[in-house]
Design a protein around this ligand. Structure first.
Ligand SMILES: O[C@H]1[C@H](O)[C@@H](O)[C@H](O)[C@@H](O)[C@H]1O
Ligand SMILES: [Fe+2]
Length: 330
């Protein structure tokens, strides 16, 4: 389905099937947050003057321009990546089982780990260096600002700039009882069905007991054709965690939530695997996730932004879609 133009306004729900229970609860959450924020707006001060953008506002699907001079083949070179990266994926692919994923979700829902503002979360995350990433050794706050700034430079909507700014904040999981980095960072993939050969280092799944399981080891496993990604369990990590945090506590539209939830699902959004799982909504979400991907990946070679210069600009956007100094439940 061709993507429609999407500017600042969150979209309304499209068709849903009877299975998409989670989607329904997402929509209820979104409506509640919207109501709360409309109430807040009626009593708050008028919006501040905006910093001028370089490009007139573009819809999210307009091709990225910031990366036009970059050599794309320099990124995601896993065959020549250092041992740190290969070792990371060997461990992740061995340990991300269906059983582990059920337990991780139960543990997530059993408590609130912290109450912090978005900016506090960015500062807390700053000490983590992602072992899975062959393309950057920068701190996370720098990577987040690089992504957001590239989106801003290309004139994309403010909510998408916010998604750039926060998309990896789920890596905070590392500080909240993760077993290592293997259940926090890296590309994601479905569990409960066969591991695709389009996942990086596919041979490392032979050590995962699910690859020999009588159900999880079959092509479709516990899923049905067209079941929809809302009904699929993706390997637990920072994408799913941040999605769960943001879906009820922000006014980010569903395309933005999908960018957060699926940005590491490279086997799907970039390699074309697992398309049989998709439903109608996923077709639209795929276009949004693809539109976001260059800003995450190719901004890694951009100049390192100065946090202090940008803080006021982004605090304003956080206020708009999340709330002023709002302590989120993490
Ligand atoms: O190594 C990276 C990193 O962990 C990113 O945060 C994730 O989104 C990518 O999928 C992955 O390749
Ligand atoms: Fe990420």
């Amino acid at each position: 389905m061709a993507p429609g133009a999407l500017l600042e306004t969150p979209t309304t729900p499209h068709t849903r099937d009877g299975h998409a229970l989670e989607e329904t609860s997402d929509l209820i959450d979104a409506v509640n947050v919207l109501k709360a924020s409309l109430k807040a707006q009626s009593t708050s001060t008028p919006p501040q003057t905006e910093v001028p953008q370089q490009e007139p506002e573009q819809d999210i699907y307009t091709a990225s321009k910031f990366d036009s001079q970059k050599e794309k083949s320099n990124f995601r070179q896993y065959e020549t990546a250092c041992d740190r990266v290969r070792n990371f994926y060997t461990e992740q692919h061995t340990k991300q089982t269906y059983a582990y994923n059920l337990a991780a979700r139960a543990s997530f829902h059993s408590s609130t780990r912290a109450e912090m503002t978005v900016w506090e979360a960015m500062e807390k995350l700053n000490t983590l260096i992602d072992e899975s990433d062959p393309d950057t050794s920068l701190s996370q706050i720098e990577h987040l600002l690089q992504s957001a700034e590239a989106i801003r430079r290309d004139g994309k909507p403010r909510w998408m700039q916010l998604v750039g700014l926060i998309h990896d904040l789920g890596k905070l999981l590392f500080f909240y009882g993760a077993e290592g980095q293997w259940d926090v960072v890296g590309d994601t993939f479905p569990v409960g069905c066969a591991f695709s050969s389009k996942i990086i280092y596919p041979e490392t799944f032979t050590a995962n007991p699910d690859s020999r399981h009588e159900v999880y080891g079959t092509e479709k496993g516990v899923y049905e054709e067209g079941c929809g990604l809302d009904n699929v369990m993706l390997s637990w990590g920072h994408d799913e965690y941040l999605y769960l945090v943001m879906k009820g506590q922000s006014r980010i539209p569903e395309e933005g939530l999908a960018m957060i939830r699926y940005h590491s699902f490279y086997p799907w959004h970039s390699a074309g695997a697992y398309r049989w799982m998709m439903d109608e909504k996923d077709g639209r979400m795929l276009e949004a996730v693809k539109a976001f991907n260059p800003y995450d990946l190719y901004s890694k070679s951009d100049e390192v932004p100065r946090v202090e210069d940008l803080k006021d600009y982004y605090m304003d956007i956080i206020e708009e879609f999340i709330g002023k100094d709002k302590k989120l439940k993490w």
